[in-house]
Design a protein around this ligand. Structure first.
Ligand SMILES: Cc1ncc(C[n+]2csc(CCOP(=O)(O)OP(=O)(O)O)c2C)c(N)n1
Ligand code: SF4
Ligand SMILES: [Mg+2]
Length: 279
């Protein structure tokens, strides 16, 4: 469809990303910008980005050549909700870490899905609080060594994709950084979804997680993702026991329902009708 070739430079300010070598955030930024390009956007003028605090929250700003807002830790979704209500014509996209979105900001995620706010949330699940030194997160798999669980973690991790499905999301998917094509396609679908959309990206943090968890290098981490990923369809056929430690990837939901903006407009229309009859 498009004759021009994709170049990340067209979408970036030209600043140097602060990520460690081998960090999954590079792959994710690339996948997103490619997705945007393949959707036909020559620039990011139809987008606004909101992010909180954490390594992954640096994916959009100030690096993307776009309007963006950094919020306090965990508060990107309420800010994105405000932006969407005021500028419904824009694609409002949140990038955040598992700590930011599923830890401190979890209640905002659930309520945005419940309200069906027409925003897209990309959650980078590197299984720890990367930026602050690799502490255990709500997404850390059981029995993993992290900086705050040196004798291995003892809490069950949260399945964020299933949570947003239950809460009412219109689109939800999970992929890892090795599934580059699938991830890009999911990102496109999420952006195009009318309603709340969510993609979890299981990603590698070699510096703060990989080393401590016992991986020698990035390749070993990616191999771990590859070996343990199973499709949603396959997951339905196996027992809960067999599912333990697996990364279930694919599309979990795709549905249509009125968005928060639709609902507000409808209530306002009815209220106007009623008040004009009375008046
Ligand atoms: C209110 C508040 N609490 C705690 C912190 C410290 N803090 C900064 S980033 C972060 C967690 C980052 O983890 P995550 O969101 O998973 O992002 P990552 O760095 O792993 O990409 C924490 C706890 C903070 N900045 N503000
Ligand atoms: S600490 Fe981890 S998540 Fe943060 S930039 Fe380095 S590799 Fe990436
Ligand atoms: Mg994290």
């Amino acid at each position: 469809m498009m004759s021009e070739k994709f170049s990340m430079r067209n979408y970036l300010r030209g600043l140097k990303y602060p990520f460690c070598s081998g960090c999954g955030n590079f792959t994710i930024a690339n996948a997103f910008l490619r997705a945007v390009f393949e959707l036909g956007h020559k620039d990011l003028s139809k987008f606004v980005f909101c992010s909180g605090i954490g390594c992954s929250s640096w994916i959009p700003s100030p690096y993307f050549l776009a309007d963006s807002i950094h919020t306090p830790h965990g508060r990107s979704i309420p800010v994105a909700t405000g932006v969407k209500l005021m500028r419904p014509e824009l694609n409002v996209v949140v990038f955040g870490g598992d700590g930011d979105i599923a830890g401190i900001g979890l209640s905002h995620l659930i309520h945005a899905a419940r309200r069906n706010v027409d925003i897209t949330v990309f959650m980078v699940n590197n299984m720890v609080y990367g930026m602050t030194g690799g502490q255990v997160a709500p997404t850390t798999p059981l029995h993993m060594k992290t900086s705050s669980t040196p004798y291995t973690s003892f809490e069950y991790p949260i399945d964020v994709v299933n949570l947003v499905v239950e809460a009412g999301a219109c689109y939800a998917a999970r992929w890892t950084t090795i599934h580059q094509k699938e991830l890009r396609e999911a990102m496109k679908k999420a952006i195009l979804t009318r309603g709340f959309s969510f993609v979890e990206i299981v990603s590698q943090c070699p510096t703060m997680f990989g080393r401590r968890a016992g991986f020698k290098n990035v390749t070993e981490m990616l191999e771990w993702f590859r070996k343990n990923s199973i499709s949603v369809e396959e997951a339905e056929r196996i027992s809960e026991e067999e599912l333990s430690g697996k990364i279930v990837v694919g599309e979990f939901i795709r549905r249509t329902r009125p968005t928060l903006t639709d609902m507000i407009r409808e209530v306002m229309r009815k209220a106007k009708e009623e008040t004009s009859i009375e008046g």
